[in-house]
Design a protein around this ligand. Structure first.
Ligand code: PLP
Length: 447
């Protein structure tokens, strides 16, 4: 244990000396050290075991260190570590087949990228070239990645310092009944009014200038707002009416997270392009991509697609995807996510809302849940303002960690997003920790 602690301390010191971290003021962060992980757990630099209710950045859908995926990466490394994208390769071919077999409709071709942001970059590029149009619509309260086009698609404050006014992206309000922009009182109204708003925005912006609508099938980081019945079908109809490409961002919601292979499957809708990353191989090796419909693939049948990357369909990454998807199928991991969500995690979180007045809303499906913490249930005043943290939220998060739970937190929300492999006992362990720390949030309510 002493050796492990010494290693943890050295790791932390070197990190602070030399590692430049994402999204952060470098002098204001104290990164937790993690040296080992297995299943639903990670171990911090002091050797403490923590239940990973974040799946890191909601990517370890198959859990940590799944032995079949680890073995597949080791085997592939021994066989062929890397090969340029212009060559056909068995790992890449097989991964593309397994993905195309699971995407809905005729999304039968796959362009591989290194992650989610570049998947969205390429999806937008394909849509622009396919339509000959430039503008792209995306919703407020969304996250689409950190690269130039992707961060401008994003509807959260991280876009602001990256927006030079020339991205061609126009934002709209998606459905979110709890904080409705449309004064809706029920889901049906929210669907109708959000669709009317989108349709009007398109008519005002000029339908013939709009290449694509990009939507997370279920917005993730922005708050896990499951679209109400009819909304996604309505977006499909609007896209068809105006010749707009429908891009479903499934980077976080795909590969079992919602209890189906893709979240869009809950709505019976077939988009023109699906972007994916994270769960495709649980992030064991960086991988993302775009699943492409026949119609859009045909645009590039006899005209070169002007885009590529050295590691497109990297063998280690795609071998990991083959092993991940195969293990998820064999071990019925997507079914586990669905059952855990409907029988244990969803009801358990709703039970917490009965006991804790700081919970304003519980929402989600599968192993994809958010609890929205409020200072006042009547006014819905959030426990941290939009785009920021607060002492109350920081205390709740610190208490989670001190109690052995790693949460995913954003503004005034705690997300319960364990691996799709999580067991009933592990979920109950996480719920019990949340139950104890939410007393802190309750105490921070307005008096
Ligand atoms: N799209 C969504 C919905 C995401 O949640 C993310 C990452 O969190 C991305 C895109 C960007 O993916 P990456 O970080 O792999 O570039």
């Amino acid at each position: 244990l002493d050796a492990a602690r010494a290693e943890g301390e050295r790791t932390y010191a070197l990190d602070r000396a030399h590692v430049f971290h994402s999204w952060s003021a470098q002098e204001q962060i104290t990164p937790m050290t993690i040296l080992a992980s297995e299943g639903s757990y990670v171990w911090d630099g002091a050797g403490n075991r923590m239940l990973d209710f974040s799946s890191q950045l909601v990517n370890t859908n198959i859990g940590h260190q799944h032995p079949k995926v680890v073995a597949a990466i080791q085997d592939q490394a021994a066989k062929l570590c890397t090969i340029a994208p212009q060559y056909a390769n068995d790992a890449r071919s097989e991964a593309a087949r397994l993905i195309a077999e699971r995407t809905p409709g005729d999304l039968n071709k796959v362009f591989f990228t290194n992650g989610g942001a570049d998947a969205n970059e390429h999806a937008v590029r394909m849509a622009r070239l396919h339509t000959g149009r430039y503008k792209v619509l995306s919703r407020y309260r969304s996250y689409h990645g950190g690269t130039d086009t992707a961060i401008n698609l994003t509807g959260d404050p991280r876009r602001w310092p990256n927006d030079y006014g020339n991205s061609g992206v126009v934002h709209f309000h998606g459905p979110f009944l709890y904080r409705s922009q449309f004064h809706s009182e029920n889901e049906q109204q929210e669907t109708e009014r959000a669709l009317e708003h989108l349709d009007q925005l398109i008519r005002l912006e000029g339908p013939n200038s709009i290449a694509a609508i990009v939507l997370e099938s279920v917005p993730g980081t922005a708050g896990i707002m499951v679209p109400p019945p009819g909304y996604m079908a309505g977006v499909r109809e609007i896209c068809d009416r105006y010749g707009i490409v429908f891009i479903a961002d499934e980077v976080m919601s795909g590969f079992g997270r919602t209890g189906k292979w893709f979240a869009i499957d809950h709505f019976g809708v077939v988009p023109d392009l699906i972007t994916f990353a994270k769960g495709v191989n649980s992030g064991y090796v960086p991988l993302g991509g775009v699943a492409i419909s026949e119609k859009i693939a045909a645009t590039f049948a006899n005209r070169p697609y002007p885009g590529g990357l050295t590691y497109s369909g990297h063998p280690l990454a795609t071998a990991a995807a083959v092993a991940t998807i195969t293990a998820m199928e064999d071990e019925r991991i997507v079914e586990n996510a669905a059952r855990i969500g409907s029988e244990i995690l969803g009801p358990g979180l709703r039970g917490l809302a009965d006991r804790h007045p700081s919970i304003g809303e519980v929402r989600g499906l599968g192993v994809f849940w958010a609890i929205e913490l409020v200072a006042d249930r009547a006014t819905k005043e959030p426990l941290a303002p939009y785009g920021a943290s607060s002492p109350a939220m920081n205390e709740v998060i610190a208490a989670c960690k001190a109690s052995g739970l790693l949460p995913f937190a954003n503004f005034n929300r705690i997300h319960a997003v364990p691996p799709c492999t999580v067991t009933e006992a592990e979920v109950r362990e996480g719920l019990a920790i949340l139950d104890s720390v939410l007393d802190i949030a309750d105490a921070h309510r307005n008096s």
